[in-house]
Design a protein around this ligand. Sequence first.
Ligand SMILES: [Ca+2]
Ligand SMILES: [Ca+2]
Ligand SMILES: [Ca+2]
Length: 381
Amino acid sequence: MTGRLRHLLALALGLFCGQLAFAQGWQLVWQDEFHGSISPDWVFETGNGTNGWGNNELQYYRRENATVENDALVITARREDFGGFRYTSARMKTQGRKSFKYGRIEARIALPAKLGTWPAFWMLGSNIGSVGWPASGEIDVMEQVNTSSEVHGTVHWRADNGSHASYGGRTGTSVTNYHVYAVEWDAKFIRWFVDGQQYHVIDITNNAGGTEEFHKDFFLLLNMAVGGNWPGFNVDESALPARMHVDYVRVYQLQAPGTAITLEAERFAVMQGVQAEACSEGGQNLGWIDAGDWVVWDVNVPESGTYTVQYRVASLGGGGVIQLERAGGSPVYGSVYVPATGGWQNWTTVSHQVQLAAGQQQIAVKALVGGWNLNWLKISR
Ligand SMILES: [Ca+2]
Ligand SMILES: [Ca+2]
Ligand SMILES: [Ca+2]
């Protein structure tokens, strides 16, 4: 696919999502797009846990079973003898690295749907280490078992009498194709969606079980079990290896109008011609920016009006020119000069004022003149 076509497709997808799926005020706060690698915010869990991770699962989890191909995470379940078990797969979590209270949590996932597979995108309360499960609370954004065409969204908690309680919903879809699985979670409700269509909701205003389990931080998990109490213990070994694909995981949170939006350059949606590298100010910056190169980010502009856009830039040589535009190239919002700073990691901030329209959209920086690095953009009223 050509860069231009990808650019236009990205624009079309951005508009599509903007109309169907986004409430005003959702701002992207964390993402892993699996652009060639897995974010260091994920921790891998290995082994078979206690009692097969509590479910009598048959697999041994290994880091090696999570890879990145074609801009997507691939979790592969294998028929492989390892550690005394007959299958291997992968399980990863953001515990201790990234946790979230409320927000829109979504992932674009395609499932294998084979007898014995149990893929899941889910969350656990960050206090699980002190209060245990299910008092920690569990929010299952998406689970599916075996060859079923149904996906399930469920919450688990500890009931007042101390027993395990749960409340789930399900819906049918073409699970082997990519779909966006999401929850929208606030102080009142958790709602489950497939491709923007709600299929389940729980009112948590007065708590699910008389405790606070759904009003505190949760971390994210992705895994694919082989066998276990839910899918059962029949595995179609002829269907292995089975692969779960995850194009991206994104977390949005509600932000009040007037809050500055910071876009880390390296957390782009799509790009052409640039590369990320370690930044002297922490994290990463983008470099190898030549004339005609471009980078696109998802952003939700809270209201239409005049915004100041700041760019954190560095340039060893003669500087360059940034053009800010809507992804796809039209309209052009404005341009700003990048001065020479005397080093690729000598940073300065340049800015200009532009008119932006409200709503979820894809914004792009294009290099009219290359020869500079970009650490971040900040958009403020
Ligand atoms: Ca991706
Ligand atoms: Ca380049
Ligand atoms: Ca950065």
